[in-house]
Design a protein around this ligand. Sequence first.
Ligand code: ADP
Length: 996
Amino acid sequence: MSARQLVLRQRAELLCALCCGGSSEGLESVLDLLLSWGMLFWEDYQNVRVPGRALCANTRVLLDLVYTKGDETCRLLLAAFKQVLPEAQRAGLSFGNCRTADLENTRDDTKELHGTAIQTLQTDRPGLVRRLRDRIEGALEVLLDTGSFTPSDCDEVQLPVYTPSQQARRLLDQVRSKGEPAAKVLLQYFQQTEDHPSPSNQESPPKECLSYQKKLRSTVSAQSHFLSTYGGTSSLSLEDIYTEGQLELAQGGSEAQPQTGALGLEDVVGLVGTLNQEADTVLVSGEAGSGKSTLLQRLHLLWARGAVLHDFFLLFPFSCRRLSSEQRELSLRELLFLHCCWPDGDQDRIFQFILDHPHLILFTFDGLDELMQSFSDSEQRHCCPTQCAPVPTLLFNLLQGSLMKGVRKVVTSRPEAVGPALKRYLRKEVLLKGFSPAGIDCFVRKHHRDPTVATRVLESLQSNTALLGLCHIPVFCWIVSKCYKELLGCGEGEGSPKTITDVYLMILQHFFQRRVSQRNTMGIGWVQEHQDTALHLGKLAMEGLGASCYVFTGTELQKCGVTEEDICMGFLIRSKDLSSSTNCKHYEFLHITMQCFFAALYIVLNNNLDRSTIPKLFQPQARQQQPGFHRACLGHCLTQQEGALMEANTAAETPNLQITATFVSGLLSQRHRSLLLLSCPGPTLDRKSKQVVTCLSKGMQKHFKSIPRPVEGEKKSMHAMPGFVWLIKCIHEMQDSRIARDTMAKLEVEHLKLTYCNIGPVECTALAYVLQHLRNPVGLQLDYNYVGDVGVEQLLPCLHVCHSVYLRHNNISDEGIRKLIEKGIQCERFQKIALFNNKLTDACTECFAHLLKMKQNFLSLRLGNNNITAAGAGQLAEGLRFNRSLQFLGLWGNKIGDKGAEAIANALKDSQTLVWLSLVDNGVGSAGACALAPLIKNSTLEELWLTKNCITRTGVECLILALESNTSVKAVWLRGNELSPEEVEEMTQQEPRLTF
Ligand code: ADP
């Protein structure tokens, strides 16, 4: 269908798309584009945009005009709509074949018309509007000073009914009407301000706003001074304890985009990694306890002190947990002033300043996963900042950019709760991956001011690598540091903590012990002694989880039997801002994982528990099919409406129930039986434990059943889902190798793929614990996770069942790899390793050489995109010289140069096994290529990859000569070397196996 027909057919829809929101922004943006592409003349524009005429009437005139202008104009009109409309509005429309490339051509054509300053203003109009809206006053000042504008021109531009973008357009229109000299003045102004951006160019904010900023800074500073886990009573402030976590761009994991350097705190908001310029929302995602709230808190504190984010004049911090408790409908204005900071001065002026300067404002939303309702973009559109709406509606419209476009937003969430609906609106996504090994060290030393204690804690972690692995998650690191006496007291033997449940039992004991220290009566029956507290808090935790409720009123506490004494134990803390704004006290658990742990305790210790509770906990589908499950445990927490809502939104709640199930598995393991036996009858414990084992086994079977039949000639392969990793973690918590063996007995695959599964050291410990029981060898593919050196060490116990290990992009350094290879040499079945995009240097090549010498059945070594130089290649060559089995060697993206290539070629020249060699992008020149030629003569090589090097004609001629006496080589890849098109042509003719 022609573009003209499309415009005609969709007239009503196009009209509605631009008019239904009531704002003229859409129409004006379309006009900007059409003007800049030269599709509308100035007269046309004036005929369409008649001030005072209804928006719909103006839009109709535009549609008529474009239709009469013909097919090409219609095509560009559709292109402009496509560019301007938000994705949700584009959905039902058909845009024909308007391609961006065409638009670029059109733009280039019109650029050639750039003769006068007025034409420049027209062709660059969309960009100029964006740039002008933040500097209207500055531009007007210059125009006034130069006599281009009169004061009444300025007033017309600055009419209060206009938004900043509209003011920018009116200014451009006025300038045009004044003629070429005014246009030149404006362009000059752009040049000057952009060459020398300085704060002095920015208008100074009004007095009220400055004092509001001061108040906001001091509120934010007071709120972020202490971490809740340090309770405010501790002498450690956030400043004292904050330790950098590992931040990474979510998209940094593709092969096309190698790993970027570590991100700093300010990069979260900064430009780096921006995927969608138009979007304002940055997502920070990470597991529970990985430090998301703490990261935001640090950002808030530093902003409040004026240490970072200087571009943002006001920062509004929100907690989704608290927003969830907001029952009222609010306007954006109320949301800011009520939830963050109440202005003492002229509220209207302050709010107007916020509206007028979106780029100076930053909103942060902590814990999107804790919002009762999951993010949805089918939510009612809400664009008016002064109109009231339910808080989730405000929040979703803010994140999408329908409300307060241009304001930067940072939102944190656990990964499970972020669906494609939100991803569409993201500027970028940053992953928070907990502490690095150096971070753990640093945290422990900050936590313990006494260096001898810190050293002892660190030594004890080094001797218990499973616990060290757990400490990568800051919340576990905090517990371990807090309970250092218990930790140091239990030695290095069987009793030392290994699992997450062990760690939480340790803190449970620690808090209980604190209360009884005077009496000193904590014996073997310490759980029984505090059973009432555990049950009260457990009930509260459990009901809260079922209702996605994390903040509790005093009444709710009472209903669950929580007493003052229970509160004094320290597991519950007062909610900061809610408690101060109302008379009623509000409480929350120290951390969400603590709430999950108490819920698990409740399930285990409650002797009157419904028998179906455990199966339902382990089977998310069963929960969804039986809404009664929620109701059964919600009680008072939910109104009817909320209950209905919640049943539709289990995405956020599932991760918490999974953590709870993990704790239930741990508590019902044999190793804690004697501890619980005093509180629960043995048969009840046994029954519950059996239920868990059955659930785990059934859960696993389900995963095994979903494995597709292998395509003929391919290996039977399982692509594991995150749910599989969770089950593995539950099995690990049980610490019973019989259970691990039995559940794994039916897994018969040759390849287990766990890419992009958020696998860190903790998951590696569990994986190795379970996978070591596999009967048949597997290829274990863990690419694009964050295994790290500690994770690698955790994997060693299962290395003997792996014929191949794939660890691409996992932040592994020489130290981790040395341990892996040391063990690998002893594993008969271990034959392949892929380590693309890690942090390997020449310091690890010696160990690979040793592996190659020792293992005469080793097949494939891939070390692409690391930092191996000629020296490393030389060491590797020492091993290659003695190896009689290697078939694949990949060194893509290192820096081995000619020298390295020569060493490798020399070592491999007599190989009777090598079939594939890649030295892509290694700075190899003709000398290297000539050294490789004898390899080609070798009868086994099939593919030689030399793309992106600096090989010239001489080098290629050597290769051609070698190919003359070879029939096994299928291709030599040479694209991106130093050859002219004529040489390429000539050499391809000479040797068709060369691929340029
Ligand atoms: P999340 O929001 O991801 O669940 P939190 O930020 O609440 O995790 O972290 C839980 C606890 O872990 C904090 O209360 C604090 O004790 C500790 N913690 C987290 N991140 C850091 C950090 N960067 N520096 C020091 N301690 C941290």
